[in-house]
Ligand binder design. Sequence first.
Ligand code: SAH
Length: 463
Amino acid sequence: MAKPSAPVQKNQTVSLAFEDLTHEGNGVGKIDGYPLFVPYALPGEEGDVKVVKVKKNFGFGKLLNRRQTSPERVEPPCDVYYKCGGCQLQHMGYDTQLTMKQNQVKNAMKKMAHLDHVPVHPTIGMKDPWRYRNKVQMPVGAKADGELITGFYQKRSHRIIEGMETCMIQDEENDRMVEAVRRIADRLNMTAYHEENDRGVLRHIMVRTGEETNDAMIVLVTRTQTLPHQDELIKELTETFPHVKSIVHNVNDRQTNVIFGKKTEIIWGDGYIYDKIGDITFAISPHSFYQVNPKQTKVLYEKAMEYARIKSTDTVVDAYCGIGTISLFLAQQAKQVYGVEVVSEAVHDAKENAKLNGITNAAFYVGEAEKIMPWWTAQGMRPDVIVVDPPRKGCDEQLLTAMAGMKPDRIVYVSCNPSTLARDLRILEDSGYDVQDVQPVDMFPQTMHVECVSHLTLKDKDV
Ligand code: SAH
């Protein structure tokens, strides 16, 4: 008979000493070499754990008590921290969070890419790691009596946390605007969308603000084609919040947990807001990607610029360019910048942003970077520097091939996922590049997410 591989059973209580952390911030303790992942446990701590899930090579547990407490443990300031799915690291001191993120990147580089020799610098953190988010997307629900509520979902569920008054990583004014929309919509007897039976009206409230300008945009997502009481809503919101510059109605009539639907209508204002990073002004549309932590975005882009070492004779490609944020920084120093981005609305914004800032040496193209780059190569384009900033899934292999084929002198890789970063850096290292270093930047304090910027140089310039 085969020996059972797990030394524990579901619902069993075990005593555990924690020695490590996963990249999700769970404590890791071992029983006969079998790891149990336990939320809210820290290395150096000991306690009783109830086994809640048993898999072949690892399991999950729930911390029942602590016999030993780590000096790194802090009291989470948020009332709903242990219920909410938003933050994972509030029980850790901020310095511990930063070290954990650096280690996470080091591990990915080592284990997934065998790039042990590449220095991973200490994570650049924030002075004040709270209230940093400039965008909130809040689901709307209802109490049993129909009263509207807003709040984030409970962990691993679509149940809204009742009584959630504020979110500690959210801009305070955004919190207040969400609350005002909820109150006004409730007074106007608007109903909340119910995912199970696909009925009701209001699904999500999104608020985005410009850090420097204080401009605000409110997006209301409904199941219905019309927004009930639209005029009253606009009147009250614009009177209460004079810095609201744009109100947008989005229709999502599908039974899905995706937030936005296809139809978007600007019901008040221009349809975009402005923000400034450094000395460049950006116009931002409702669906365009814009980094959520403006202070750290500046830090990240400055690092990217430092790594890019742009000369006034350089041609630069910015792949996955969004609304042209990095491109316009590059354009201030380069001869010519070419940006490519798949969302046409973002490319439209990028072009407008270039005009807005009087930048004439940046051109933007709509398309998949992996298709456009080989085409550019065929046209004879040979950039000196390529910057990539892909989504979590990383770069398409075709794009990595095209990039190496263009033989730029330097590559700067901005990434929000250390695993795909490590995978792609390995491929680039095998295609003629030296990975010089990786700099983690904490764009998302209190959560497990970490952003990195890495820089590579061409190995043999004469080949
Ligand atoms: N560099 C920008 C945006 C980075 S986010 C900034 O810092 O603001 C990643 C961007 O890649 C998003 O705007 C997304 O729409 C875009 N994108 C996703 N897949 C793509 C693809 N295959 N080709 C080009 N752009 C893509």
